[in-house]
Structures are given as structure tokens and as C-alpha cells.
Design a binder for this molecule. Structure first.
Ligand SMILES: Nc1ncnc2c1ncn2[C@@H]1O[C@H](COP(=O)(O)OP(=O)(O)OP(=O)(O)O)[C@@H](O)[C@H]1O
Length: 878
């Protein structure tokens, strides 16, 4: 903790610690400092009239972060205090910016009417916002979950729990390999991670990039970490917290009774939610335990290299796989598709169930189109239920919820003939929800205002007391409305007006030239340049009645609304269950639409290891190129008898033409023996990387149950997909390009199995040619012989083509080009055989290297080739 520097005289106080004697502060600041003491690590927004003000150090931080003017205000006998503020109606916008920057924000609001307060206005903390505990619509991204995670690490084991309080999801797991914990956090991309510690910075929220010695190395520094006390994370505390929250007697039923670290993480997370959401406890679904091995493991590198949710180049959504596949119609659907893509399945039955639904929707175009048209009208039921469940929904939320629920019977009707289980799940709409929707529509006006305490929410004839109060207010308002006409007639003053302002209430306004004509019962209240304002005792009496009646009316409306919201809250889980079914149906409708429009096929999922793709395409590049420009390519991998039956592909470095590919395809029909490892060679920019990624993406798409961009496909299940693509310096951790490459390669060799799919692009490039080639050779050999993982190894080391003649389960493929006398044409076709040239100089020419450099490069290459003994040496030596 740093000691504050002494303050210069006359500069405003910018640190509460500098206030030596708090009694010298004015009353309000004393209260402010008291509150700030309770939340030293958060920014405190303190309501003063129409503003949320911040003082002392928070004012300095906020003015810097939000680029607001830093001013100061008299704080009592201590002099001036640093201050900045935001208008109260805009708090959500400013808070969102602060939370996005990784700050926790505490809202301290006025909880009594300032005009009725005796002494200091009563203020209380009404909301604590941290990155992982947001519920407000404007603060959340519709297309992705907002996860809060909790991590507990003990010797050789870890526990991880996570929740999205806006949708109610709550899951926990436990593992032993710390690498898996890191990967799981990278998959979830939580907005905030809780970590128990005994360190003195307890209670701090570390923003992304900020470090603390109490955080273990395996936790990626890219997230926000809230450092919490150990106690709620202890086994006994955590267990009882879970039992109490879900009214359970044992954890056996939810599968974590024997997973102490999973329990500790989940309990600690619940305690944090209780602590930060005191005013409105969040509603969560029953905790679920999951196992990492239930899903295809796609590590962070691979997810990045395959550009699943964002591109590598600039991190944008546009150009990612999710972008190419997303045809969903609802926010729930787009979140679900994202989750599916980040957690592909291993279970063939589960995959086939999704495929069956897609097939049904592909075959039945009217059903697909009708469902999609209806889904587009459905709001985010999942998050609406979440807000209602924790008492934060406003009247517009309830109307949106009711409108969406009332579309569900129509959805059920459309799905009534459906055969596949995912669509059948839409067939049952719980009657209680229909009743609830009707009740909301009956009670709340069609377009209610945003504010809940200013009336205008409830329809007439719902509550006799409410109608009565409304009638009184209306009668009095009517009296005032006719007063103007009556008084004009009575006084003969044609420009007499009745007006209202906040300070004086109702008044009668008369131009000064007519002031000698005012009747006797008028009492002068205010004189302006051109007019005089008067009141009458009767007018004031009416005014008092109107104001009190209106307050009562608004209060009663609010109470009726709140009771209705509580009723919705009781059914939050039911709404969420049906919204999960809607989300899944939406994803499947979208995937079916995509399959139809992009000409995808249903892959046959098999128990074996084969990866057989006929005329596959890259799902993203295909959509980015003009129609018909993408050249489809086939893939054959993963059948163990390869070497014994195959002779064609083992003839290395052979150039083949299209006829050979056709023959190869014909031969393949009767022969299921495919290599495990393919050495893929070809000129620069010919399409090797694209092909490599295409194979990975097709496999991944198949394991989420989607159809795939190919003429046909037969695919065995993969346990992991690994990629090693491109070379990027990891400056943040001080690792060189080559070290990053070697670390990633080591990870692959240590974790890949015969069921994995390994995609390697140019291993060994970042070092001297001999070292690089030797490493590449040894890595390929290890993968083919020791692990027998299905592998595509793209390389410019043509020497590796020799492996095919030495190892049975290795084959050579090349991406072909057409060579003309003074240029090459990229055919982007993958064919059997190995390439013997890279045409790198030609690529340099196309990129615009000066002609003299190209000329000189050709000369140098001629000489090097003459002297090179690399290939010969390897052939003889190995
Ligand atoms: N099958 C294909 N059909 C049409 N265009 C393709 C195909 N494959 C690749 N391309 C185009 O060729 C470009 C180069 O492809 P890619 O980056 O895969 O080449 P590469 O062989 O890996 O090159 P290098 O060895 O220099 O890394 C891509 O940007 C893509 O637009």
C-alpha cells in the first residue's frame, strides 16, 4: 500500500487518507468517507441532487478515465475537495465505460425524497457493479455470455466454477492439470475471476494486465481478478452455501459431492454474489457439474489459429467461423451457437441428434422458414427472465417477455409435426407461462415508460383503488384545465394563462399591463419583466390534492407492478427452460439455412479414425470469395493399414495431373486405407494454410452437429484438434518467435493421441535451415510412428517428402500451380505427390520486389542448388 504524498496548500484534497480529522468535514462528506471506507477498491458514485458525484481519489480516477472535468467543492473546514460527477439519468452509460475498463462501481443513491428529508438526505448503497455481475441490458453484449468465474487451486488440483447471472447458467468442474484450467478460462473468457488469497491486497479488483504476487502464474493476466478472502472458499462454508441456496440435502444429485475443489469454487462464487447483490439476490439455475473430457478439447492457440470467434489479424468477429455460420434469429440462439462452437461434442449420439434436426429442417423448407420468421419476433427470454428473477426488470421488460411468451404456442403449433427431439422440445409450452403472459398483458399498458415510479404503467380496471385515485387526479386536472377559460371570462383578460413550474406549482399569469384588472382573490407570487404571477387559495388546495394523489397513484402502480414482477420471478426457471429449447431450435434452424444456401452435406460420423472429405471447402474463405472461385479439395486421413495397400502415394516427389486425382478418388471407393500423416508441399501462396485450416474447421463443425462444406464426408470423432500455424513473437512474455513455436510443438507432442487431429504449418521455420529441417523431420516422424495422430504437415522443406518412402502411414500431397514460361498460375488444387519447388522468388515478384533483386535472387538460388547437399545427405544418413 502506498503512503499518500503530502498535499500542496490550496490544491483540492484528492485522497481521503489526507483528511486527518474527519470531524472537520461537512456532514455529507463525513458520510461519503464512511461509505468509501467500506469499498476502498471500488469507485463510489454518490447521488447529490440530479448528479452522481465522486470525490477525492475517485474523482481523479474518473475524470481521467472518462475525460470529465475535474473540479472541486468546499468540503467543510478541510478546504476544497476534488470532485467530478455525471448526470443521474446517464449513470448507466458512464458506469458501463468504467466497468468495461475493469473497475468495480458502487452506486450510493438517495433513498428518501430530498424535499422531505430532515437534515442530511438518507443515502444507501443500492447497487454494486463489477464486470462479472452485470444485468442491465445496455451493459451486456446480446451475442455472448457474461461469465463470472471462481478458481481454487490446491496442491495438484484445481476447481473452477462459473456463472452468467443474466441467464442463470451455473456450472462447476475440477481437474488436475493446470494447463487445462488455463485453457478452460481462455474458452470462457470470463469478465471477472474470483480468487481466494491471504495476501494483503484482499478485496482488490485487479484490472486486466495488473499483477499481484498472490496470483499464480497459470492464471492468464488478460482477465479482471477479484481477490477474495479464503473463508467462503473453505469446504464447509462453500458446501453449506450451495445446499442452502438450492435447498438441497446433499451434493450427490448434482455430481460434486466428491469434488471438493469444484464445491469450494462454486461456494465462493455464491458468497460473492450475495455480497455484491444484497439488494436483489440473483436467481441462478441449479448448479451443474461437468467434466472437461465430455467435450472436444480445442486449446486456446487452436481456437485462435482456426479463427473460431475472431480473426487473428485484427481480432474482429467479421471473418471468423462464427461469423460465417451464424444465421440465428434470436440473441439466445447466437449465444448458444457460440457456446456450441467453443464446446464441440465427443458423443456420436449427441451429434447425430443435432444432425437429425438439421436434416429435418433442410428437407422441410416451409417449416424452416416459418420457424425462422417467428423466432425473429422473440426477444431475449433468457435474460428477461434473469432480470425479472432478480427484481431488476422494468415494465418494458415484462411486456417484451409477455409478447415473446405469447408467440410460443404458435412455435409449438409449427413444431407439432416435427420428429426430431430438439424440435419436439418446442411442442410443450407450460400453461402457467401462457397465463402469466396474459396477466402481464392485461395489467401493463402496451408501451409503458422506462421509469417505474412515475406512473403510467397499469391499465384501467385492474384495481378499483387505482381507478378511484386516477379519477380524482383527472377531475382535479380537468378543473385546472377549465380554470383558464373560466377566469378569462370572469376577468375579461384575454391573455390570462394557467401555468406550472417546479418551484411555485400552479399559477395564473397575467401581462403586467393588465395587472390593474386582477380580481381581489388573486395573491401575487412573482413579478417578471412582462408578467405577474398569481395564485388563489382554491388553486393551491387543488394543487396539493393533485400532487399527493399523484404520488399515491404512482406508488400504488409501482406496487401492482412489483407484485407482478415477483410472480414472474417465481417462474424464472420455467422461462429459462423453454428459452433453452428456443435457443437450440434457433441454432439448428440457422445451421439448416446455412446448409441449404451454402450447399453443405451431412457428414457421416463413424466410430473409426478416418477423416474422409470429398471436395471440401473452407467455410469462411468460400464466403469471402465470389461464388464459384473457391477450389474444393479432398482429404483422406487416418486408416491404419495404409502402408500395406497403398503404393500410388508413396512414390514421393512425383508430379501428377488432374487425371491422377480422379483415379485416386475412384480407387479410394474400394480402398479405405488412408495415411495418418500427410506432408503437404506447394509454392508460397498456393493455399496450404487454407487447406490445413479447412480440414480442422470441417472436423470441428461436424462435432457441433453441423453440416459441412463438402460434397460428402465420413468422419471419426476427434478427442483434440491441435494447430501450429504461423509465427508470432510473444513479446508480452518475452519469448522469441522460435521459442513460441517450440513451446507449442512440445505441447502437441506431449498431449496428442491417435484420436487427435494435428495441423502443422511450417514447423522449424524460425531457425537455421539445418536445425529447422532436422526438427521438422523428427517431429513428423514422432507423430506418424509414436503417436499415429492424424496429421497434415505443411512445409517448404521438400526433403520431408522422403518420409513417405520410409514410413508406411505417411503420404505426400501438394498444392499445384501451372508453370508458364514467365509466370505461375495458382490452381489451389491439392493432389497426391510432393512438390519440389516453392516458387518463393515468383511470390516475391508478385509482391513487387524490385526486378534487380529478383534477378539476383535467381542467380543466388542457382548457385546454392548446385552446392546443396542437404537432400542427398539426409537420404543417405537416414
Ligand atoms: N482452394 C482455394 N480456392 C481458391 N482460393 C484459394 C484456395 N486456397 C487458398 N486460396 C487463396 O490463396 C491465398 C493464399 O493461400 P494460403 O495462405 O493458404 O497459401 P500458403 O500456401 O499457405 O502460402 P505460404 O506458404 O506462403 O504461407 C488465400 O488468401 C486464398 O485467398
Amino acid at each position: 500500500m502506498t503512503t499518500p504524498e503530502p498535499q500542496q496548500p490550496n490544491t483540492p484534497l484528492s485522497d481521503t487518507k489526507l483528511v486527518e480529522d474527519r470531524s472537520k468535514l461537512s456532514k455529507m462528506y463525513q458520510h461519503y468517507v464512511e461509505m468509501k471506507d467500506k469499498y476502498p477498491h471500488a469507485l463510489l458514485l454518490y447521488r447529490v441532487g440530479d448528479f452522481f458525484e465522486t470525490f477525492f481519489q475517485d474523482a481523479v480516477t474518473i475524470s481521467r478515465e472518462l475525460e470529465l472535468v475535474l473540479t472541486s467543492k468546499h468540503g467543510g473546514d478541510v478546504g476544497r475537495v476534488a470532485m467530478t460527477g455525471v448526470p443521474h439519468h446517464a449513470w448507466e452509460r458512464y458506469t458501463t465505460m468504467l466497468v468495461e475498463k475493469g473497475y468495480a462501481v458502487v452506486i450510493c443513491d438517495q433513498v428518501e425524497d430530498a424535499s422531505e428529508a430532515v437534515g442530511l438526505v438518507k443515502r444507501e448503497v443500492t447497487r454494486i457493479l463489477t464486470p462479472g455481475t452485470l444485468l442491465e441490458e445496455g451493459m451486456l453484449k446480446a451475442s455472448r455470455n457474461n461469465y463470472l468465474a471462481a478458481v481454487v487451486i490446491a496442491v495438484n488440483h484445481w476447481g473452477l466454477a462459473y456463472a452468467d447471472i443474466s441467464t442463470g447458467e451455473f456450472l462447476t468442474t475440477q481437474g488436475s492439470d493446470l494447463e487445462h484450467l488455463t485453457q478452460e478460462l481462455m474458452r470462457l473468457q470470463p469478465s471477472e475471476v474470483l480468487f481466494p488469497t491471504n495476501a494483503p491486497d484482499l478485496g482488490a479488483l485487479l484490472r486486466p494486465g495488473e499483477t499481484s504476487p498472490s496470483l499464480p502464474q497459470c492464471l492468464p493476466p488478460t482477465f479482471c481478478y477479484s481477490l477474495r478472502s479464503q473463508l467462503p472458499f473453505s469446504q464447509a462454508e462453500a458446501r453449506s452455501k450451495i445446499l442452502q441456496k438450492f435447498k438441497l440435502r446433499s451434493l450427490e444429485g448434482i455430481g460434486c459431492e466428491h469434488l471438493p475443489l469444484a464445491v469450494r469454487a462454486a461456494g465462493g462464487l455464491l458468497e460473492y454474489l450475495e455480497d455484491t447483490q444484497k439488494q436483489n439476490p440473483v436467481s441462478l439455475q441449479l448448479l451443474r457439474t461437468y467434466t472437461l473430457t465430455d467435450y472436444l478439447i480445442v486449446d486456446h492457440q487452436t481456437r485462435r489459429n482456426l479463427e473460431i470467434t475472431q480473426t487473428v489479424r485484427d481480432g474482429t468477429f467479421h471473418g471468423s467461423l462464427l461469423w460465417a455460420l451464424n444465421r440465428t434469429s434470436t440473441a439466445m440462439g447466437s449465444r448458444a451457437l457460440r457456446r456450441w462452437l467453443l464446446q464441440p461434442l465427443l458423443d456420436i449420439k449427441g451429434i447425430k441428434a443435432r444432425q437429425d434436426s438439421i436434416q429435418e429442417l433442410v428437407d422441410n423448407t416451409p417449416l424452416r422458414q416459418d420457424l425462422r420468421a417467428l423466432l425473429r419476433k422473440i426477444y431475449d427470454l433468457e435474460r428477461l427472465a434473469g432480470r425479472a428473477g432478480s427484481g431488476r426488470a422494468n415494465a418494458r421488460d415484462l411486456v417484451a417477455l409477455a409478447d415473446s411468451i405469447s408467440l410460443l404456442p404458435e412455435l409449438a403449433y409449427l413444431a407439432s409435426e416435427a420428429r426430431s427431439p430438439f424440435l419436439k422440445a418446442l411442442q410443450k409450452v407450460p400453461p402457467v407461462l401462457e397465463e402469466l403472459a396474459k396477466k402481464i398483458q392485461l395489467h401493463i399498458v402496451e408501451s409503458p415508460p422506462n421509469h417505474l415510479k412515475e406512473g403510467g404503467l397499469i391499465r384501467p380496471s385492474i384495481n378499483p383503488q387505482l381507478d378511484e385515485r386516477k379519477a380524482t387526479v383527472e377531475a382535479d386536472q380537468q378543473w385546472i384545465a377549465t380554470l383558464e377559460v373560466d377566469e378569462r371570462a370572469r376577468t375579461g383578460i384575454a391573455n390570462l394563462k394557467v401555468g406550472f413550474n417546479k418551484t411555485f406549482g400552479y399559477y395564473i399569469s397575467i401581462s403586467r399591463s393588465k395587472s390593474d384588472q386582477v380580481p381581489e382573490n388573486y395573491i401575487r407570487k412573482q413579478t417578471l419583466t412582462n408578467e405577474e404571477r398569481y395564485i388563489t387559495p382554491e388553486l393551491k388546495e387543488r394543487e396539493a390534492r393533485i400532487l399527493t394523489a399523484r404520488d399515491d397513484l404512482n406508488q400504488l402502480e409501482y406496487e401492482i407492478f412489483a407484485a407482478l414482477r415477483d410472480e414472474v420471478a417465481e417462474h424464472a426457471d420455467t422461462i429459462r427452460n423453454i428459452s433453452r429449447a428456443v435457443a437450440a431450435a434457433d441454432v439448428l434452424c440457422g445451421l439448416a439455412e446455412l446448409a441449404v444456401h451454402q450447399g453443405y452435406c451431412r457428414p457421416e460420423m463413424v466410430e473409426g479414425r478416418e477423416v474422409e472429405v470429398i471436395d471440401g471447402r473452407h467455410p469462411v474463405v468460400e464466403q469471402s470469395l465470389p461464388s464459384g472461385f473457391f477450389v474444393p479439395n479432398s482429404t483422406w486421413l487416418g486408416e491404419k493399414n495404409y502402408g500395406e495397400t497403398n503404393h500410388v502415394l508413396r512414390s514421393s516427389s512425383r508430379r501428377v495431373d488432374t487425371k491422377d486425382t480422379k483415379e485416386e478418388e475412384k480407387r479410394r471407393k474400394n480402398d479405405t486405407s488412408y495415411p495418418d500423416l500427410v506432408i503437404l508441399t506447394g509454392p508460397n501462396a498456393s493455399g496450404k494454410s487454407c487447406y490445413l485450416r479447412q480440414v480442422g474447421l470441417i472436423q470441428l463443425m461436424a462435432q457441433i452437429g453441423s453440416f459441412v462444406p463438402a460434397k460428402s464426408a465420413r468422419l471419426g470423432i476427434c478427442d483434440r484438434i491441435f494447430t501450429r500455424v504461423g509465427a508470432v513473437d510473444d513479446l508480452a512474455t518475452g519469448q522469441s518467435t522460435f521459442m513460441v513455436e517450440m513451446n507449442e510443438t512440445a505441447n502437441i507432442l506431449n498431449h496428442a493421441t491417435a484420436k487427435s487431429l494435428v495441423l502443422l504449418d511450417e514447423i522449424g521455420r524460425g531457425t537455421a535451415t539445418f536445425d529447422g529441417l532436422s526438427i521438422a523431420w523428427a517431429v513428423a516422424e514422432y507423430l506418424a510412428v509414436e503417436i499415429k495422430a492424424r496429421t497434415i504437415f505443411a512445409t517448404h522443406y521438400h526433403e520431408l517428402n522422403e518420409l513417405a518412402s520410409i514410413i508406411n502411414n505417411v503420404a505426400n500431397y501438394q498444392v499445384t500451380v501451372k508453370e508458364l514460361p514467365d509466370q505461375i498460375i495458382f490452381l489451389h488444387q491439392v493432389q497426391p505427390g510432393g512438390a519440389d519447388k516453392s516458387y518463393g522468388i515468383e511470390a516475391g515478384r508478385l509482391a513487387g520486389l524490385p526486378a534487380v533483386v529478383i534477378q539476383r535472387a535467381k542467380q543466388v538460388m542457382g548457385q546454392i542448388e548446385k552446392h546443396s547437399k542437404i537432400a542427398m545427405g539426409l537420404r543417405e544418413g537416414l
